[in-house]
Design a protein around this ligand. Structure first.
Ligand code: FAD
Length: 351
């Protein structure tokens, strides 16, 4: 079976891996000159299903808990399993209790425990939550490494390809173009996420830290080499243009609130990505006429792509193609009662 995947973001690359593993001959066309030409390039790389479950629907936790193991197996050495630390300014400690009540999988830490875990945050917060089983990776390194792994296993890439890359001769064409499919994929919308990269030798962190704040919840993801990704805004817009002055100020203020040494950091990059999202903010494998779409990863591309790609590959290779419009593989009704496993939807299930 020959499959063409359009789009070499995290969705397209994970699907290429899962299809190749099932014996398909896969080719990938990407309009950018490098893999990760869209939202994937700007992601934090947090594999944080327990934290995300604070506001995300249940399938995000059910499907996302497999993600760290998948990345570890496919790209050994890329996943850092140090958990996530969640803190709040002293005046907002109530936010921590609220966050804990809406999530699971965390332990309360006092000031001494915070200092033991993250010495550079000593004395800055009285309480914190540690989500011990969460992990993170560097998205740019990960998708670059996945590209190399796929090439080594025979996947052919066309980087800088034209948007209407010729589809003749392929058994299936899968559109994984993320927010670029807005206007083509029914109900798909964009959620703008602005981020920046700071560099300072004066702060050291071993894990992502989330700062709860009523107005702009911020996270800081350590990238190594004194570099930190600071994210991210959530704006209902498909504008991928430069970061606004307001967002820049708010992100910097929040970073400064986490640690004043960020005030002296160098801003060496700002950027914005458009998260592709369906109305339920869950990804979908959709059969849209002749087009198969794997899209709608919203805030959870690195978290949910492994599980979704696996299910999609099973469906595509097994030719269990549904014949009536969009269907969500992560709709709660498609989950096994254990909450872990996806049962492929039957053809004509009509949701
Ligand atoms: C600031 C920010 C922080 C985030 N943090 C996290 C996080 O910590 N954890 C997490 O799991 N997720 C995170 N996300 C979400 C995640 O980045 C997205 O869910 C994910 O990148 C979507 O991947 P995708 O492959 O569907 O789309 P994209 O990454 O946008 O990839 C689509 C690709 O298709 C290409 N393309 C477009 N048109 C065509 C065409 N016609 N033909 C061929 N190729 C085409 C584009 O160039 C692009 O490379 C974050 C997102 C943002 C913006």
């Amino acid at each position: 079976m020959r499959v063409l995947i359009k789009g070499a973001g995290v969705a397209g690359l994970t699907l290429a891996h899962e299809l190749t593993a099932r014996g398909a001959a896969v080719e990938v066309a990407e309009t950018a000159q490098h893999v990760g030409g869209g939202a994937s390039w700007f992601a934090g790389g947090m594999l944080a299903p327990w934290c995300e479950s604070e506001s995300a629907p249940a399938p995000v936790l059910a499907l996302g808990r497999e993600a760290a193991d998948w990345w570890d197996a496919v790209l050994p050495g890329h996943v850092i399993r140090n958990g996530t630390l969640v803190v709040a300014p002293t005046r907002d400690t109530g936010e921590l209790a609220r966050f804990a009540a809406r999530t699971s999988g965390c332990d309360w830490l006092d000031a001494d425990q915070i200092a033991a875990l993250e010495p550079d945050l000593a004395g800055r917060f009285r309480k914190a939550l540690l989500f011990r089983d969460e992990a993170h990776l560097d998205p740019r390194r990960a998708i670059t490494a996945l590209h190399a792994t796929l090439q080594a296993s025979g996947v052919r890439f066309y980087l800088g390809a034209v948007p209407d890359f010729p589809e003749a001769g392929f058994d299936h064409v899968v559109d994984c173009t993320g927010a670029h499919a807005i206007g083509q994929a029914a109900d798909l919308r964009g959620v703008r996420g602005e981020m920046l990269m700071l560099e300072t030798p004066d702060v050291s962190l071993s894990r992502p830290v989330r700062l709860l704040h009523p107005r702009i919840p911020l996270y800081v993801v350590p990238r190594g080499d004194s570099r930190f990704m600071i994210g991210a805004t959530m704006i209902e817009s498909d504008d991928a243009g430069p970061v606004s002055a307001r967002s820049l100020m708010e992100l910097l203020n929040a970073a400064y609130a986490l640690h004043p040494a960020f005030g002296e950091a160098r801003v060496f990059e700002t950027g914005a990505g458009v998260r592709p999202a369906y109305p339920d903010n869950l990804p979908r494998l959709a059969f849209d006429g002749d087009t198969i779409r794997l899209n709608g990863f919203y805030r959870h591309g690195f978290l949910l792509a492994p599980s979704m790609a696996k299910s999609a590959a099973i469906r595509i290779v097994g030719r269990m193609q549904a014949d009536n419009g969009q269907q969500s593989l992560v709709h709660p009704r498609s989950l096994h009662p254990s909450g872990h496993k996806i049962i492929p939807l039957q053809s004509g299930a009509g949701r």
